[in-house]
Design a protein around this ligand. Structure first.
Ligand code: C2E
Ligand code: CA
Ligand code: CA
Ligand code: CA
Length: 279
């Protein structure tokens, strides 16, 4: 038993050393990732709960590292936040998503709302609103077709400033979604002080919604809350028809998840937009 324990420890420390090494490689690699065209953006459709047609899509960043291959955002986003590079990277994603939206529009398609994730580090920049406005002007994107996804935790850390920034963004006509809703530490009632236009029910509540009563109850409470505040509510991470059957008893406005569409490269999105064009 003792040697097995030692064996496990050795394995574990090797694993940690390897992880630290790749963390370093990730932080170093991030410096050139934009210039070397290693980033790309994929888009995951959002589907209307009433007619099943797309209402928009979420831009998700992908990084193809020359040695490490595809590095998941869960690994490189925290690293980019740590080094501060997320500011430049986040603006690159926003510009890319707005340009892509514009080129689909130019081809006569209706991509709907373009949602872009904003990091807490970006959100804390004093000139965030001006920076976003500059990108809208530069790309010709209409504010009303852009939605920014913010997380509960980044709003909770400094609620007064967050409310001010959110009001400024809403004033421009930009939509604001609170992502991963239900996973933060905040109470449901404090949501009313934030001028959000959408909440996204975190996929951890959707995963077991058809087998776990507590998860189903939380999802239902979130939908009721959104309705009472008169804001839209998206259920994310919908993977199965069983989950969908449960969700359809609630009044979500939209769904997102592998059951409907995986995050897709622009060429795949184009095909799908052509197929689902509203009459
Ligand atoms: P998120 O914003 O909550 O995005 C949803 C994640 O769930 C995405 O993972 C998406 O691919 C995945 N997903 C979509 N449908 C399903 C489903 O049916 N089942 C499951 N299990 N997963 C599903 P992804 O692309 O790996 O991104 C992970 C996180 O990385 C995102 O979570 C977001 O927090 C962050 N992220 C991605 N792109 C960006 C970005 O451009 N900027 C910032 N700041 N963060 C980003
Ligand atoms: Ca998101
Ligand atoms: Ca989410
Ligand atoms: Ca998340």
């Amino acid at each position: 038993a003792k040697s097995a324990g030692r064996g496990r420890f050795a394995l574990h420390s090797q694993h940690t050393a390897k992880a630290a090494q790749s963390r370093l490689e990730i932080e170093r690699g991030l410096h050139h990732a934009i210039d070397r065209h290693e980033f790309s953006v994929v888009y995951q459709m959002r589907i209307s709960a009433t007619d099943g047609l797309p209402t928009g899509m979420e831009a998700l960043l992908r990084w193809n590292h020359p040695e490490l291959g595809l590095v998941p955002p869960s690994e490189f986003i925290p690293a980019a936040e740590h080094t501060g590079q997320i500011v430049e990277i986040g603006e690159w994603v926003l510009r890319q998503a707005c340009m892509q939206h514009g080129s689909w529009r130019a081809e006569g398609m209706d991509p709907g709302i373009m949602a872009v994730n904003i990091s807490g580090v970006q959100f804390r920049q004093a000139d965030l609103v001006q920076r976003i406005q500059a990108i809208l002007v530069e790309t010709g994107m209409k504010a009303s077709e852009l939605e920014l996804e913010l997380t509960e935790s980044m709003l909770a850390s400094n609620p007064d400033t967050a409310v001010t920034v959110m009001k400024d963004l809403r004033q421009l006509g930009i939509g604001l979604a609170i992502d991963d809703f239900g996973t933060g530490y905040s109470s449901l009632s404090y949501l009313k002080s934030f001028p959000a236009s959408r909440i996204k029910i975190d996929k951890s509540f959707v995963r077991d919604i058809d087998i776990n009563r507590e998860d189903a109850a939380i999802a239902s409470a979130i939908v009721a809350l959104a309705q009472s505040l008169n804001i839209e509510v998206t259920a994310e991470g919908v993977e199965t028809s069983g989950q969908l059957a449960h969700l359809s008893e609630l009044e979500c406005t939209d769904y997102q998840g592998y059951f409907f569409a995986k995050p897709l490269a622009p060429s795949e999105v184009r095909k799908s937009l052509r197929l689902t064009a509203r009459a």
